[in-house]
Design a protein around this ligand. Structure first.
Ligand code: MN
Length: 203
């Protein structure tokens, strides 16, 4: 198989109480696996695509054969978005940002609280399924949302962090209270990994 689901880097229960173990198990083992299986099935017709990093498929969607472009956009996006998602969270995460991203947040938003407020408000309003993102664009941090599994990479934007607001990400524990999930999620953030992504974004 060209693409594989990365193992979760911690236990299903490791992000409790902010994200429950049952949600993590379904999200990683069922949802992410389905995106990867569907991506692999889509590229069976064009196996040469499988030698590319999945991020590169998303950066160049217009170069993907039309018969599978939609499948790659949705399932390649699902794969890349979730691979990032597991990595930017960790047990006993959260707290104040550290390192270079801390300075950049202060510069572009005034404070971490101001960033969180804008991110949570913007992402709460994403209609239906999608993601909220902190991206790097033109030397500045910016908050955007995308519908479905669309990746900021397809718009030439590098995602430094992102939160999944598909109902599968929070419904078991938070039901319809997306705002509560968004607020709690910051307690899981792995700022070391976010700093690595910030570094990559600037390259
Ligand atoms: Mn998801």
């Amino acid at each position: 198989m060209a693409y594989e689901v990365p193992p979760l880097p911690y236990d299903y229960a490791a992000l409790e109480p902010h994200i429950d173990a049952e949600t993590m198990k379904l999200h990683h083992d069922k949802h992410h696996t389905a995106y990867v299986n569907n991506l692999n099935a889509a590229i069976e017709k064009h196996p040469e695509l499988g030698k590319h990093a999945p991020e590169d498929l998303l950066r160049n969607l217009s170069g993907i054969p039309e018969d599978i472009r939609g499948a790659v956009r949705n399932n390649g996006g699902g794969h890349v978005n979730h691979t990032m998602f597991w990595a930017i969270m960790k047990p006993k995460g959260g707290g104040e940002p550290s390192g270079a991203i801390r300075e950049q947040i202060a510069k572009d938003f005034g404070s971490f609280d101001a960033l969180k407020k804008q991110f949570n408000e913007t992402t709460a309003k994403q209609f239906g399924s999608g993601w909220g993102w902190l991206v790097w664009e033109g030397g500045k941090l910016k908050i955007v949302t995308t519908p479905n599994q669309d990746s900021p990479l397809s718009q030439g934007l590098y995602p430094i962090l992102g939160n999944d607001v598909w109902e599968h990400a929070y419904y078991l524990k938070y039901q319809n209270k997306r705002a509560d999930y968004l607020a709690a999620w910051w307690n899981t953030v792995n700022w070391e990994e976010v700093n690595k992504r910030f570094e990559r974004a600037q390259q």
